[in-house]
Design a protein around this ligand. Structure first.
Ligand code: FE2
Length: 386
């Protein structure tokens, strides 16, 4: 697999994004996300100390792996595999050179990887890796991948015949005497994974998810809804038949200055995953712990809270507590949600995280877009990129 030639072109046929062919590609949930990073060992330390993850499996020279080193970090149902290259010819090295640390693989748990792969490819997906079996004394893991936006791949993972640790080749991490015991921050599951794509490509990718994977379009935000004085973006949210998997897709819209999406595309050098939203059922507790651990969050002006109750109505949490931590609230017809966004977690202004607590609401915090973008643009200006 050569990253230089991996620019994926989505099928360009005019299938409406709302058209689905039934649930021909059943998905059980997110299996894991794999990030290619410059140094998996040090990234794992950051994810553990700052975000409260626990390293549960490793692979590398000590486990017989010659080309890459990986640490799996877990919290609740969230699994993030951090992989770095042990040799410059490995894909992870080329990916980091171009994108910096970024999401390389979105792995979905499926009942049958072969069926998912052949359904996707027969509907126009480009194969990244044909179905293959990884086996050890704990059983067999069946997996296959198709290409996604930029250099990302979507992997289908079938674990029904595997009872081991994360996968063949992985071992428990070595015990480090005196190391602090892992302390979770209350993150429970991946809620959604958002991509930024180039101007004019959002619809193509919405069609891709509809045609290739049978997803529905959940919502669409145009640049009228998401704009500030300076920049604008458009967004479509695609979700699978069960509603478990949600992939919002953003593209920049014409604005007076460089949009946050363009800044991402410039520094990521192409499309890719912009943010990963993690669900919690105690956002105040989670953010309090994350902040103590040194995680930096975007702040909206204090005036945001002045009219919050008029806008979202009665919510269980005291507004003062939300204001203290900079947590945002929004309401849709199904309920309300609380959310907050970290600053980028690497030097490039690319990948960041969202923490979200849902009380019925199925949206994405549309009511917060404007105040958020103003906060984002303040950061962008500080970076000299507005
Ligand atoms: Fe989000």
């Amino acid at each position: 697999m050569n990253l230089e030639t991996m620019e994926q072109t989505p099928p360009a046929d005019p299938v409406p994004a709302t058209a689905t062919g039934g649930d021909f590609c059943p998905i059980l949930g997110f299996d894991h996300l794999e990030l290619y990073v410059g140094n998996a060992k040090q990234s794992a330390a950051y994810y553990c100390q700052a975000f409260g993850f626990e390293c549960t499996a490793v692979r590398g020279l000590e486990t017989g792996e010659r080309m890459r080193a990986s640490c799996l970090v877990e919290q609740g149902g969230i699994r993030i595999l951090l992989t770095s290259a042990l040799h410059s010819s490995h894909d992870a090295a080329r990916s980091v050179r171009r994108h910096g640390d970024s999401v390389a693989v979105i792995a979905l748990s499926v009942p049958d990887a072969d069926e998912a792969f052949s359904a996707a490819v027969s509907r126009g997906a480009q194969a990244a890796a044909a179905p293959a079996t990884a086996r050890d004394e704990h059983g067999e893991l069946r997996h296959a991948s198709i290409r996604l936006y930029g250099d990302c791949v979507l992997q289908f993972m079938d674990r029904r015949d595997y009872a081991g640790l994360f996968g063949p080749g992985f071992e428990p991490p070595p015990e480090v005497p005196g190391a602090a015991a892992p302390r979770g921050c209350g993150l429970l599951a991946i809620d959604h994974v958002v991509a930024n794509v180039e101007l004019g490509r959002m619809n193509e990718w919405a069609h891709f998810f509809a045609r290739v994977l049978g997803f529905n379009q959940l919502v669409h935000f145009d640049d009228e809804a998401i704009s500030t004085e300076y920049s604008a973006l458009m967004s479509k949210v695609m979700q699978d038949g069960s509603g478990v998997i949600k992939f919002p897709i953003n593209e920049p819209a014409e604005g007076r200055r460089k949009s946050q999406i363009e800044e991402f595309l410039d520094f990521h050098e192409g499309p890719g995953v912009q943010h990963i939203a993690c669900r919690t059922d105690d956002i105040v507790g989670a953010v309090s712990r994350l902040r103590k651990n040194g995680v930096e969050f975007l702040r909206v002006p204090a005036t945001y809270y002045d009219e919050l109750e008029q806008r979202v109505g009665k919510i269980d949490e005291p507004i003062e507590r939300l204001a203290e931590f900079g947590i945002l609230a929004d309401r849709d017809e199904d309920g309300y949600l609380l959310q907050i966004f970290t600053k980028p977690v690497e030097d490039r202004p690319t990948l960041f995280y969202e923490i979200i607590e849902r009380h019925g609401a199925r949206g994405f915090g549309e009511g917060n877009f404007k105040s958020l973008f103003v906060a984002l643009e303040r950061e962008q200006a500080a970076r000299g990129n507005l």
